[in-house]
Design a protein around this ligand. Structure first.
Ligand code: MN
Length: 424
């Protein structure tokens, strides 16, 4: 574990205390506003550094970037330049923002480069080619196993031998702030003979963290656990909206389908692997021993604090869960190694979500189905409100941040309001 103290970095930009977007973070995103067309920026404090203007003004001259690389409506082309280049872009911006560096601070274009974040509309940061969802929290898998199968053998026999996953739907991944209509579908209660059709009565969220791939492989090739992180560009918060009643009826034998693919929400700022470097921690010990292709140094977990809030319409958000990403049994290197071990190729901009992140405490579960134990107990929201599942008008908000020695690197948030089901 790297445990050297972090270098103290100060910036001339006014960054509010406890901002997720410190000088140490500098996540990439795609934004526009009333005057500006979609473009790539880096967040710091309450500002966005407009990389396209920096480029036009020659601040990246030594990097020989393709023309207009930041005037895009997704990060894909920039990410495809490779980690060496994207690291240099981020490091150059960090240098320009350092206290004592006058290059940008005293430049006539400073006003154009520094955009007010509040006035910007954030767009989906990547064009997502393929989306995979894992199932890597042993607490979450155990809770669901206890609820629906055998409390004595909650984990299925394969679970500790491979990172279970399924192929999700990329078309319905939306950026934070996009409302989600309650899905309609089939469900069947155990005591009724035939299924019913209607709006889901058990709409849920799943607290997840997803990584975005930054390098492609060829069909037939595999990525080892040793090389896996070279293929990871960065991370976002991920809400894998789930309709539990639709899911329970449809999932046999091929797994999740319409109970999942009606929408997933992600946070707009992509936090790079480099920014998370100081927050590496050891993950849980894996027992039994995994097969050789899944073996790795236990250094691929990250100490990221996660929080979930429900905000009923016209009320204050209430915190309902606090978890940590480092509790995940399977790490990102193992997920990617497993995903490609059969020769499945990956592309720049693929999204791989962790699976629901639950801790062992009852207030650290990452979904309503666990927090309300499948609707058998009420989750209190304060102001007299309580829930078993998500109701129309509710906004679900997830936040995430890493913090150590006074250094904070955060994700901001992913939020989404649930609207009533659309009529057929
Ligand atoms: Mn999920």
């Amino acid at each position: 574990m790297p445990d050297h103290p972090l270098p103290a970095l100060n910036t001339w930009v006014e960054v509010p205390k406890n901002s997720d977007f410190s000088i140490y973070n500098l996540p990439f995103g795609v934004f526009k506003n009333k005057k500006l067309s979609p473009r790539i920026g880096i967040a710091i404090g309450d500002k966005i550094v407009d990389l396209s203007i920096l480029d036009q003004e020659g601040f990246f001259a030594t990097l020989f970037l393709p023309e207009g690389i930041f005037l895009r409506d997704s990060l894909n082309d920039m990410i495809a330049l490779g980690k060496t280049q994207t690291k240099k872009i981020r490091e150059r911006v960090q240098t320009l923002l350092l206290e004592g560096n006058a290059e940008l601070r005293d430049h006539s274009a400073r006003g154009k480069v520094m955009v007010t974040r509040k006035e910007a509309e954030m767009l989906l940061p990547v064009k997502i080619g393929d989306y995979t969802d894992f199932y890597s929290s042993s607490e979450h898998a155990t809770n669901l196993g206890k609820m629906f199968r055998d409390p004595e053998n909650a984990l299925l026999p394969n679970w500790k031998h491979l990172p279970v996953g399924y192929h999700g739907r990329a078309s319905s991944i939306v950026v934070s702030g996009t409302p989600i209509h309650r899905p309609k579908g089939q469900f069947k209660s155990p005591d009724s003979a035939a299924p019913m059709f209607g709006p889901s009565q058990k709409l849920d969220f799943e607290l997840e963290v997803a990584f975005i791939t930054g390098k492609q492989t060829r069909l037939g090739d595999s990525v080892s656990t040793v090389d896996a992180e070279d293929f990871i560009f960065g991370f976002v918060l991920f809400n894998d909206w789930s309709a539990r009643d639709i899911q329970a009826w449809e999932y046999v034998p091929l797994g999740p389908f319409l109970g999942k693919n009606f929408g997933s929400s992600i946070s707009p700022w992509v936090v790079t692997l480099e920014a998370l470097e100081p927050f590496r921690v050891a993950g849980p010990t894996q027992e039994p021993e995994v097969l050789p292709y899944l073996k790795c140094e236990n250094t691929h977990s990250f100490d990221i604090n996660l929080e979930v809030f429900i905000q009923p319409e016209e009320k204050k958000p209430a915190k309902i869960s606090t978890a940590n990403f480092s509790a995940m049994y399977w790490n990102v290197a193992q997920q990617l190694a497993h995903h490609t071990v059969n020769g499945c190729n990956i592309n720049v901009g693929d999204m791989m979500a962790s699976g629901t992140i639950s801790g062992s405490a009852e207030d650290s579960f990452g979904s309503m189905i666990e927090l309300s134990w499948n609707g058998s107990r009420m989750v209190k929201l304060g102001e007299g409100d309580e829930r078993t599942f998500i109701e129309d008008g509710d906004t679900v908000i997830m936040k995430g941040f890493a913090e150590k020695d006074g250094v904070r690197v955060g994700f901001g948030e992913v939020s989404g309001q649930v609207l009533p089901a659309k009529p057929l």
